[in-house]
Ligand binder design. Structure first.
Ligand SMILES: [Zn+2]
Ligand SMILES: [Zn+2]
Ligand SMILES: [Zn+2]
Length: 449
């Protein structure tokens, strides 16, 4: 496992960087291995701690490239710098993959974060790496295509989005993508959620680009003292527009009330959840909040109202003398608990971690519900998508044949897409599954302090 993760992503990266250089001025391209040195400690870079956050990071970085390219009518110098920096970040992120997998395997063996067993066999690890490489190649292909398309534009024909993009480059950069690659890179402990609105078109449109144009006309950010920190596409051609603070968000909302082309509403933000694992069975669940508050000084000042930490449900623990409990928490309480990692309950240190509301049904393999609430007629195999058997008796799996994801296959048929389908429907590498997880985490308010 000492080998670096493939050579092919670098080849496509080269193609991507070539495409950038074609764009009149030579871009100040970073060299491959300087700047950060070898990526030996995963905690040092991007705050990636497991495979999920790794994938999320890669996804965010590539999304940022696409956004930067799309939001300028032509690729401006600012955007070019942003693109270059992002490409460099992707490169850095990809380099840490082997370390990451080793660490994940260790964590899992130690009973920490769960990781799918397939990641632990050498064959599967190789598959996983190939999959990552395929994703990077796919993203690079898209970016190259977008770049080629967005190049010729008559200067001055229309005001470009570069002001906003420029503003975004300055402010929106998360702490973990420090602009100066020689400076120490701070580790972001937690995701940050800022005030945001969801913008939808009220007239028939063909693309998100049109919503973006309508947003620009409606809010007229040229006249405001602020610009959105971040604009990201969400489902159904809607945009999620993020602001520095509530005042800016409310001002933008008010401006958009007057628009005939778009509607805007505050982004629905769900409260985050936390799970405490291994609570002694003799502790009644309705005493838990008081106990947590009483025995953890760090939380006393933060739990102010009944809603700030509220039991959602109990879960079984592997040890029948213990149980787990899931709480909904105020963002500030959630952040503190995440920083602590453990809470004292009955004078024992109980493991605490984020609890995602992500659900996948093990019967129909769709998202958002569980087997108990499933209304589907068919139950495809999670390994090969065949509805006539289940994963436990899958002949393809027994032969070590290639898996096939039912959700990605359906998606490809429906949208004439060419997404890779060679993974299990429950794999952390499934693009549909990742998109669903992203969509969910976009709705959760993790707070920002
Ligand atoms: Zn189902
Ligand atoms: Zn099967
Ligand atoms: Zn899939």
């Amino acid at each position: 496992m000492e080998e670096r993760s493939q050579t092919r992503p670098e080849a496509s990266e080269a193609a991507f960087l070539d495409a950038l250089s074609d764009n009149s001025t030579p871009a100040p391209l970073p060299t491959t291995s300087t700047g950060r040195g070898p990526a030996t400690q995963i905690e040092d870079i991007f705050g990636i701690q497991d495979v999920d956050s790794y994938l999320a990071t890669l996804e965010n970085l590539t999304a940022r490239i696409i956004k930067a390219v799309n939001e300028g009518k032509s690729v401006t110098a600012t955007n070019k710098r942003l693109i270059t920096k992002t490409a460099e970040d992707i490169r850095g992120a990809t380099r840490i993959l082997p370390t990451l997998i080793r660490a994940s395997t260790k964590t899992s063996a130690a009973g920490g974060n769960p990781i799918t067993p397939e990641l632990m066999t050498p064959t599967a690890r190789d598959d996983f790496k190939k999959e990552i490489a395929a994703c990077v190649r796919e993203e690079v292909r898209k970016i190259t295509k977008t770049l080629t398309k967005s190049q010729p534009s008559s200067p001055g024909a229309r005001p470009s989005y570069s002001e906003i993009a420029g503003g975004m480059a300055k402010h929106a950069r998360p702490a973990w993508t420090n602009a100066d690659s020689n400076a120490p890179i701070p580790t972001p402990p937690r995701p940050i959620t800022r005030p945001a609105i969801i913008v939808a078109s009220t007239v028939p449109i063909k693309s998100r680009q049109e919503v973006l144009e309508s947003l620009r006309r409606g809010a007229d950010f040229k006249r405001t003292k602020y610009a959105p920190l971040k604009i990201q596409p969400v489902s159904n051609n809607k945009l999620r527009v993020e602001f520095q603070n509530v005042q800016e968000r409310d001002d933008a909302l008010e401006r958009l009330q007057g628009s005939k082309e778009v509607s805007a509403e505050p982004a629905h933000t769900l409260r985050p959840m936390v799970i405490f694992k291994g609570i002694p069975g003799d502790i009644p669940e309705d005493h838990l909040v008081d106990i947590v508050k009483g025995q953890n000084e760090e939380l006393q000042g933060l739990i102010r109202e009944a809603d700030d930490l509220k039991l959602r449900f109990k879960r079984k623990n592997r040890n029948s003398a213990l149980y787990n409990a899931v709480f909904v928490a105020h963002p500030r309480v959630w952040r503190q608990i995440m920083d602590m990692g453990k809470v004292r309950i009955d004078h024992q240190r109980t493991h605490a971690e984020d609890f995602s509301p992500f659900r996948q049904c093990f019967k129909c393999l769709q998202f958002g519900h569980t087997r108990a609430n499933c209304s589907a007629d068919s139950s495809p195999c999670a390994y090969c998508a065949d509805p006539t058997h289940q994963v436990e008796g899958c002949p393809i799996r027994e032969k070590r044949g290639a898996p096939k994801c039912v959700n990605c296959s359906t998606h490809n048929n429906k949208f004439k897409a060419t997404q890779n389908t060679q993974h299990r429907a429950t794999s952390v590498n499934c693009p549909r599954l990742r998109a669903m997880k992203d969509r969910i985490s976009n709705r959760i308010d993790y707070g920002s302090e």
